[in-house]
Design a protein around this ligand. Structure first.
Ligand code: LER
Ligand code: MN
Length: 267
């Protein structure tokens, strides 16, 4: 299991400074916010160069596409698919494991057509109808789509790992996978370790935050048992920090890194 951090939360005034700090702490990968890559193609080159220079890999791209796949306006859905495909291509170029995909934030936006079909049933079908086109690109560029379940206060749609498994099983591609976020799992899963084991075949990426969404070790999430479950499913990919970093940031980042490394070494 490799530890890493999102670039947005790392202290530093430039990409290079952030990557250098990540290296100094001991991280192996950095996750990039997708919008930056879509808005400024120069940044793709810069990330690539800095990644090679520091030997810190680009683990993943976090969302960043316009709109959502489950919006009512077909043009907005088309824009979302267009950006997702572009980001997958960029991810392939940068050697990233995958692109994080949240189908929709908040409440359903499409109409409830009960008794024909309610909004949730329609959303599921809408997602199924758009995934093959996206998965085709993911397979071509070898960059996975990583479905991310979020807690109920952020989305009504995918909350638990098992819900994301349904899409992976039906589409059955090695480039449609799941990412599990400890902060969301802490709210939604009855037993994090059991859920990880059940979804094990599909889990390809991890987000780390403690129960209070700050650095691991500063809350009450049971990372020891969570990491044990990841070991059991033979998880070897990146676990990326996506959390608040209380001051003094660098000191606390180093402390949290040690906390996680200690667990990984003794399990
Ligand atoms: C949002 O809470 C989250 O966890 C992000 O990874 C979504 O892209
Ligand atoms: Mn997350």
């Amino acid at each position: 299991m490799k530890l890493g951090c999102q670039d947005m939360i790392l202290p530093g005034n430039s990409i290079k400074e952030k990557f250098k700090l990540a290296k100094e702490i001991g991280f192996e990968g950095i996750e990039i916010w997708g919008r930056i890559l879509l808005e400024d193609s120069q940044k793709i080159k810069e990330y690539k160069e800095v990644s090679e220079e520091t030997n810190i890999k680009i683990s993943t791209i976090c969302a960043g596409y316009r709109n959502f796949l489950l919006e009512p306006d077909p043009e907005n859905r088309r824009k979302a698919r267009e950006d997702i495909k572009k980001l997958l291509e960029i991810g392939g170029e940068l050697g990233a494991v995958g692109l994080i995909l949240v189908p929709i934030f908040g409440k359903p936006q499409i109409s409830d057509l009960s008794p024909y079909k309610d909004a949730f049933e329609l959303e599921k079908e809408l997602l199924f109808s758009q995934l093959p086109e996206l998965v085709e690109t993911a397979e071509k560029v070898k960059c996975s789509i990583l479905l991310e379940p979020l807690n109920r206060y952020e989305t009504h749609f995918l909350n638990k790992l098992e819900q994301a498994v349904e899409y992976c099983e039906k589409i059955d591609s090695s480039y449609l996978k799941i990412m599990a976020d400890f902060f969301h799992m802490n709210i939604e899963e009855a037993n994090i370790s059991e859920s990880i084991e059940k979804a094990g075949k599909w889990i390809t990426h991890i987000h780390l935050a403690d129960s209070n969404r700050v650095l691991p070790g500063m809350g009450h999430t049971d990372f020891e048992n969570g990491f044990k479950a990841l070991k059991k499913i033979n998880f070897k990919n990146y676990m990326i920090l996506e959390c608040g970093i209380p001051e003094p940031k660098i000191e606390n980042l180093k402390k949290s890194f040690k906390f996680m490394k200690n667990i990984l070494e003794r399990i």
